[in-house]
Design a protein around this ligand. Structure first.
Ligand code: IVH
Length: 709
């Protein structure tokens, strides 16, 4: 890639820059600095053989940054500085961790921990009778993250990767709200720090996401851990935001003062370091609840044991606890192996497994006809829940695992809230097991008619293509009234099934013409609940159009696409006149949705249903909620970017931002060459200094800002 002579020159030029011997005008320095940095990145990441020290590289990088800050008009998108913190999405860049991210050794009981304690003491030349105090905290089961802050600002986030190189995911970390974009490390003499933590999703949020996905017949996430690790690596930050991820911080990777010297040791203990991080606004295990300072290893073991017993009640998935020597100076003395620190150990909880017998396979049909096989098993307790029914996902799952009726199977809920079948215990077979015959015809259909199942090329799911028995309609009605679609309060699956059985519901249209008098006479109902139900249905009739579109159960038409379509029509039936191109004209509507929606509205039965819904008073036109907030085209700040700093006296930060937006401003989060206006409250920080040094930012006081408004 680079010739020998070329490399020699690049190196020599780099040294000249580093020596501060450069006198060229900025317009010539900038492109050269960029190419020098690109060369060093290549040496570092590609050949793994850098010719500059990290420090020198950083210095060179800073020269580029400073020059670009002074001449923002000369910044190019491919500049090495435009990677970090940019909102550009694309493939991830590998970045080196400044301190490698190691693993942890494992322990499984109090005896293992006692042995660990003895080893620590041996390393530290301490007597066995001496006592070491330990910090104990949950071992979160999610995706590891390393956050670098410089000058109190988040400048980089990376995944663990292979421990040496991680993937740069700054733009994704920035949408995780528990990760502060700024934090006052400088108060503690820390200029540059790396924090380590684990990105997780709450178990209940995970379940709700999966319920919504099931309702839309999207493939389910296997477990909270995958949802979190996958979430960190999404291409689009908005999708990351949708996952509701959170980041627990569990330690400093390093922390240095302005002179580049360690400033973490001075914090004394790990527990104190976590207290400080709590104070700085990070999400840290709460002391006295999730974490403790144990005076000795026996107390640490007892805390671990207690948590093993209550892990099911904890809102996050944890696969154990971590026991760490609390004193940071002792940690340093104990040191590291190439694999793990000698001062910390994981206490792993027992796996949550059980064995049972696979008795039968039943089938369920979804709202668009997907057939899901469900294993019926001998009831068995697993992590506090009785299990007798486990999803088998699809035919391929059954084939790949070679599951047979009568098999003893291994169930697990490791990182998983939903139990799954790990494997059949083939060695326990006695020959009486029978193969699972995948049905040829719709197994749910109870009529005389045979409906052959179909499978689209490349898809795992078999579908019932034409529902003759109404089972799919039932699922569609259940989805239609659910929270994610029309959100009809009080009308869940149970009522829909009951009314369906009674013959009152055939299609979604019937939801809006229920016989309330008869409902009032049903057992367990009464006038009050019937009235309440009527009120909920009446309210839902006024829903925004996107809810109705989403509630039609069109394959692949999710919430976002429904919202987009609702913004582009005057009436739901406009969609029946649209060409494929019209759909594809809308950004973010792809060919699959286009085809499916077109086909749906090409069916006269569906068009008639919309007319009936309209006649029953259901809203079929876009409402205010459907229309995006109009762009402000008038006001003192139209076309300007604005940033607030310091504490405002007359308005809250939020109010000020809202009013600025209403007057046309676009609020940004950092000072850069692109910033037009900085509104300064009391005690402004480094932002003001930086803005002044740029010389291009207009600085306003709060009064001036209000006057302009
Ligand atoms: S401390 C030097 N503390 O467990 C290594 N790790 O094998 C120190 N983890 O993937 C790690 N919770 O992300 C530590 N409270 C905790 C943790 C924790 C989860 C993860 C970590 C890594 C693995 C370590």
């Amino acid at each position: 890639m680079y010739g020998k002579e070329e490399q020699r020159q690049l190196y020599a030029r780099s040294k000249e820059y580093l020596a501060g011997e450069m006198t060229l005008p900025p317009a010539e320095q900038l492109p050269e600095l960029r190419s020098l940095l690109r060369y060093h990145e290549w040496r570092y990441y590609v050949t793994d053989d850098p010719v500059l020290s990290d420090f020198e590289y950083d210095q060179l990088y800073k020269q580029l940054e400073t020059l670009e800050e002074a001449h923002p008009e000369l910044i190019t998108a491919d500049s090495p500085t435009q990677r970090v913190g940019s909102d550009l999405t694309g493939d991830f860049v590998s970045v080196p961790h400044l301190v490698p991210m190691l693993s942890l050794g494992n322990s499984y009981d109090a005896a293992d921990l006692a042995e660990f304690d003895r080893q620590v003491k041996r390393m530290l030349n301490m007597e066995e009778a001496a006592e070491i105090s330990y910090a104990v905290e949950p071992k979160f089961d999610g995706g590891t993250i390393a956050l670098v802050y410089e000058n109190d600002r988040l400048v980089r986030a990376a995944t663990r990767g292979n421990g040496v190189l991680g993937e740069e995911i700054t733009h994704n970390a920035r949408v995780i709200k528990s990760i502060p974009l700024t934090a006052a490390f400088s108060r503690f003499g820390l200029y540059r720090v790396e924090l380590r933590g684990e990105v997780v999703i709450r178990k209940d949020r995970f379940e709700r996401m999966n319920e919504a996905r099931a309702a839309s017949e999207l493939p389910l996430f296997a477990n909270p851990r995958n949802t979190a690790t996958g979430g960190l690596r999404m291409k689009s930050p908005t999708e990351v935001a949708d996952r509701n991820l959170e980041a627990f911080i569990y330690s400093f990777g390093f922390g240095t003062n302005e002179a580049g010297n360690d400033a973490v040791q001075a914090l004394g203990t790990h527990s104190h370091a976590l207290d400080i991080l709590t104070e700085l606004g990070f999400k840290v295990p709460v002391t006295g609840y999730e974490r403790t300072q144990a005076p000795d290893i026996a107390a640490a073991a007892a805390f671990c044991k207690r948590w093993e017993g209550q892990r099911e009640d904890y809102p996050y998935e944890i696969d154990g606890m971590v026991v760490k020597v609390d004193d940071l100076a002792l940690q340093e003395r104990a040191g590291y192996t190439s694999h793990h620190p000698r001062w910390a150990i994981a206490y792993k909880f027992a796996a949550r497994q059980a064995t049972t017998t696979l008795l039968d396979v039943e089938y369920q049909v979804g709202k668009i006809g997907t057939i899901t096989p469900v294993a019926k098993t001998e009831p068995v307790g697993l992590a506090g829940v009785m299990i007798s029914s486990v999803s088998l996902h699809n035919e391929d799952f059954i084939r790949e695992k070679d599951l047979r009726l009568g098999d003893k199977v291994l169930l697990e809920r490791a990182g998983d809230v939903i139990p799954y079948i790990v494997k059949p215990l083939a060695e326990l077979r006695d020959g009486s097991e029978r193969p699972i015959e995948w049905p040829v015809n719709c197994p749910v259909n109870q009529t005389e008619v045979e409906v052959p199942l179909m499978r689209a090329p490349g898809e795992a799911a078999w579908r019932c293509p034409v529902c003759v028995c109404g089972a799919q309609n039932l699922q569609r009605i259940i989805f239609h009234v659910s929270k994610v679609a029309m959100d009809i309060d009080g009308m869940g699956r149970r009522y829909v099934e009951q009314f369906y059985e009674l013959g009152w519901l055939h299609t979604i249209v019937d939801v809006y013409r229920l016989p309330y008098d008869e409902i009032a006479r049903l057992e367990g109902f009464g006038q009050r609940s019937s009235d309440n139900l009527r009120r909920s249905v009446e309210t839902a009739k006024g829903n925004p159009l996107w809810r109705l579109l989403h509630g039609l159960s069109i394959h692949h038409l999710g919430k976002k696409a429904s919202q987009l379509l609702a913004q582009h029509v005057e009436h739901a039936l406009d969609l029946s006149t649209w060409s494929e191109e019209q759909f594809l004209h809308i950004k973010d509507i792809g060919p699959t949705v286009a085809t499916n929606v077109r086909e749906y509205f090409a069916n006269p039965i569906h068009v008639e249903q919309i007319r009936e819904l309209e006649a029953l008073g259901v809203n079929v036109r876009p409402t205010d909620e459907d229309r995006p907030a109009a762009e402000v085209t008038e006001g003192p700040f139209v076309g300007k970017t604005m940033l607030f700093t310091g504490s405002l006296q007359q308005l809250s930060r939020k109010e000020a931002q809202e009013r600025a937006k209403a007057a046309g401003a676009r609020i940004v989060s950092a000072v850069s060459g692109k910033l037009d206006l900085l509104v300064v409250g009391e005690k402004p920080g480094s932002k003001l200094k930086k803005a002044q040094s740029l010389g291009t930012v207009r600085v306003l006081t709060e009064e001036e800002f209000l006057e302009l408004l």
